[in-house]
Design a protein around this ligand. Structure first.
Ligand code: MRU
Length: 356
């Protein structure tokens, strides 16, 4: 991809404004935690891992500006503000918690403010670098699941734009492409925000991966006609039992895929797994402005006065998921014990390494 999602500069966060894609590549200059929070809320950046990385950078930038004596309160305040921006993607609170866990003890121990600030910066960059490495790892693992000449359906955008780079579902597709396994990617447009039409298509065209855009409602018929070999999607939160929250419309694909015996894969880093959420019923689902439903590309398409609803995510029950592809390997049902084992080994959860 000819653009980076986000970068931490000396005194600001440089953020690709995804709302303008594919028409224009423009970067926002965000100088405060509040500006970063606003950009996440407004969907200038989106995708669970990308939101987490951007929020961590928002913390680092806020601490650069905070007076020495206020580092503790500034840290708490900015984490609390950023955590409220988007409720479903758990990578956000995962990254913020990681920043807090590492920085608060240093602040309490009265370490020099310059060292605390440089640790914040280093940890945000580490979260970013790790995310790229993890996506490559799970991409390679997941590619092995796809058959030769695979025709793969994906929903929303779980690509480089949704992560620090490379992508989760699109990471699997990228890795499979290098192995010569991809015949065609069917990208669902993903109404109403059109992440598939605007972002997935943009990424894949640039990568020269054969992509065909379809409307969300075409997927079922293509499955019935035997034109799809596998579904690969990302996730915003995976509950302890393996239920998966992802972009609205994912559940429908999973149901139809099961009906037709088509494998349904979820590709996600372990930072998306939330063992504190027992099942999908507990996952908070973000409701966005219904304006996004009654308009299309800025044009009003529905009559004034009509009611509209916009749940941005749905939950796919674990029993419709064929496998969860993580950096810890390919997990098969029953997902509960497999997820618990992998999370226990995850470095950022304390399994083997600490951020201190
Ligand atoms: O509302 P969005 O665009 O943030 O939703 C994004 C998705 O649903 C992605 O599929 C998910 O975050 C996985 S990204 C690797």
């Amino acid at each position: 991809m000819n653009a980076h999602t986000v970068a931490l500069r000396e005194d600001h966060v440089e953020l690709l404004d995804q709302r303008l894609l594919p028409g224009e590549v423009r970067y926002l200059r965000l100088e405060t935690g509040e500006e970063v929070a606003g950009a996440i809320e407004a969907m200038a950046v989106r995708g669970a891992p990308a939101i987490g990385v951007t929020a961590a950078m928002g913390v680092a930038i806020e601490l650069e500006r905070a007076p020495d004596r206020d580092l503790g309160t500034s840290l708490e305040r900015v984490c609390e503000r950023l955590a409220r921006t988007r409720p479903t993607a758990v990578n956000l609170v995962w990254a913020l918690e990681r920043m807090r866990r590492s920085l608060l003890p240093r602040i309490a121990a009265l370490e020099p403010p310059t060292e605390i600030r440089s640790k914040a910066r280093a940890l945000a960059l580490e979260i970013q670098a790790e995310d790229i490495a993890i996506c490559r790892e799970l991409g390679d693992v997941g590619a092995e699941l796809l058959p030769e000449h695979a025709r793969v359906l994906t929903h929303c955008n779980a690509g480089a734009l949704a992560t620090a780079g490379y992508g989760t579902a699109l990471g699997v597709i990228r890795s499979a492409m290098t192995r010569g396994r991809i015949k065609q990617v069917l990208a669902c447009e993903t109404r109403p925000f059109l992440q598939g039409a605007r972002l997935t298509a943009w990424e894949l065209v640039q990568e020269r991966i054969p992509v065909t855009l379809i409307t969300d409602s075409m997927a079922g018929s293509l499955m019935r006609r035997g034109e799809i070999d596998a579904v690969v999607v990302g996730a915003d939160r995976i509950a302890a039992n393996g239920d998966v929250a992802n972009k609205i419309g994912t559940y429908t694909h999973a149901v139809v895929a099961r009906h037709h015996g088509i494998p349904f894969y979820v590709a996600a880093p372990l930072s998306t797994v939330d063992l504190g959420t027992p099942t999908g019923d507990w996952i908070p689902i973000e409701y966005r402005d219904p304006e996004e439903v009654v308009t299309f590309a800025g044009q009003r398409i529905a009559p004034p006065g009509v009611e509209a609803l916009h749940p941005a995510f749905d939950v796919t029950p674990a029993d419709l998921v064929t496998a969860i592809i993580t950096e810890g390997g390919v997990l098969r049902p029953p997902f509960g014990p497999a997820l618990a084992r992998c999370k226990a080994r995850e470095p950022a959860s304390g399994g083997g390494r600490s951020d201190r």
